[in-house]
Design a protein around this ligand. Structure first.
Ligand code: CP
Length: 317
């Protein structure tokens, strides 16, 4: 595997999940693969889970790890080609990326949507420059439009907890005070479309996601209707995708917060969220603290999803 941005990069998804579950049973079985190899993790944005889980996954595989926080201690980077660099940015990404490639074997990149230009974000300009110029296998650790390590961990979690062969999975928009990217819902939709689940997206009008990710999902503007009979409730906020409102907050409607009344509409559903989560905006305290909340094991599976991806990249070196 040379790049990891979508469910399709994993090939047969069922086999990938089985591989993940097998790795989870014996995390150190492939420790020899990463000997004398280095995983570089480049962060343009903050992280708790991705930072810890990806490092742990690489270490389980016997790798050395280097974490570079671009905004803390590195030179300020220019990302646009053709710019006269007479401002505060000392180095261009076009030199910085191949230099980073000199010191590692695999690179993970976190570079969120900037909301300055939909084209810049949806062309995955930063991530694709790493793919093009690093000379190394590159995986997204949440880039402008996708978060495939999260979505794979979510799928592994659903596989572990499902009680029926084809569960009903509802991804519902929920309110948030800040404008968030569409990366998590995009990748969750990408993976659910490839998995054997009945997938529904519930959102207020104006929050329609890119068709490239929505594909065969049932889309509704009625959250209560969507939640009826759900086996898994995946709550997430995202900002508007469609023009002319790209990156904007169109609603903070607290009637979309997932609370016990909403969960009572479901088939005793499990609650999921990628974290970090704003309590009592996205989900109430009692739902996230309930026995049906999977947020901690879901986060734990980030180590496993990263390990499958890094293992496959090591095997391709
Ligand atoms: N879910 C997730 O990616 O968490 P972090 O932003 O903390 O890495």
């Amino acid at each position: 595997m040379r790049t990891y941005t979508t469910a399709k990069d994993l090939g047969n998804l069922e086999q990938a999940v089985q591989e993940a579950l097998s790795i989870k049973r014996n995390r150190f079985a492939f420790k020899h693969l990463g000997e004398n190899k280095t995983c570089l993790m480049v962060f343009f944005n903050n992280s708790l889970r991705t930072r810890l889980s990806t490092q742990k996954a690489a270490m389980n595989l016997g790798m050395n790890t280097i974490v570079l926080d671009v905004n803390q201690g590195a030179w300020k980077l220019e990302t646009e080609r053709g710019v006269i660099m007479d401002g505060d940015k000392s180095e261009h990404l076009l030199e910085a990326i191949p230099v980073m490639g000199q010191f590692c074997d695999i690179i993970g990149v976190r570079s969120f949507a900037r909301f300055e230009s939909k084209k810049f974000d949806y062309e995955e300009t930063i991530l694709n420059q790493f793919i093009k110029y690093s000379g190394r296998p590159v995986f997204s650790m949440e880039s402008a439009t996708v978060h495939p390590l999260q979505a794979f961990a979510d799928l592994i979690t659903i596989e572990e907890y499902k009680k029926t062969k084809r569960p009903k999975v509802v991804m519902t928009w929920a309110p948030h005070p800040k404008a968030l990217p569409q990366a998590v819902p995009n990748s969750f939709a990408d993976f659910m479309n490839e998995a054997d689940v009945d997938f529904v997206i519930a959102q207020p009008k104006g929050y329609e996601l890119d068709e490239k990710f929505v594909r065969n999902a049932k889309v509704t503007y009625n959250q209560d209707e969507a939640l009826e009979g759900a086996d898994f409730v995946y709550a997430k906020n995202w900002s508007a995708y469609k023009d002319p409102n790209y990156g904007q907050i169109l609603s903070k409607d607290m009637s979309w917060t997932v609370d016990t009344k909403k969960m009572a509409l479901t088939n005793n559903a499990y609650f999921m969220h990628c974290l970090p989560v704003r309590r009592n905006m996205i989900v109430t305290d009692d739902v996230i603290e309930s026995a049906q909340s999977l947020v901690i094991p879901e986060a734990g599976n980030r180590e496993i999803s990263a390990q499958v991806v890094i293992k496959r990249m090591l095997e391709s070196l």
